[in-house]
Design a protein around this ligand. Structure first.
Ligand SMILES: [Zn+2]
Length: 120
């Protein structure tokens, strides 16, 4: 693959430092971009317990949201593990309950609470 002089457009050898036609310096090829994986998630998955759609503490819903799982299957597996897994499902649920932060409260737009006027 030949390179071309940016000054005069003359085709040059790949390793040419200077143009043989005009003497302009040829620029080295752009350095390879630093190791960057396009598949790396732009934002770290936030494992939170959502306030909407929860049944007990929102653990199953939070896991389903974080990993795009079906919340029904998450609950089914959790219950099966809790019933048949010697309580491992229940233990895992409690652990997730403790470690997973709760989703921040998003206040719905509502009128301010009524406050009776203070009498002078
Ligand atoms: Zn040139």
């Amino acid at each position: 693959m030949a390179i071309y002089c940016r000054n005069c457009g003359k085709a040059l050898a790949d390793d040419a430092r200077f143009c043989s036609g005009c003497g302009a310096q040829t620029f080295p090829p752009a350095p390879s971009s630093p190791p960057y994986s396009a598949s790396y998630p732009a934002s770290v998955t936030r494992l939170v317990r959502p306030r909407a759609g929860r049944m007990i503490a929102g653990v199953c819903q939070g896991l389903a949201n974080a990993y795009a799982w079906d919340v029904v299957w998450v609950r089914v597996i959790t219950v099966l593990l809790a019933v048949f897994g010697g309580g491992s499902g229940l233990l895992a649920y409690v652990i997730f309950w403790i470690v997973m932060p709760e989703e921040p409260i998003v206040f719905p737009p509502s009128p301010p609470p009524y406050q009776p006027p203070t009498q002078p």
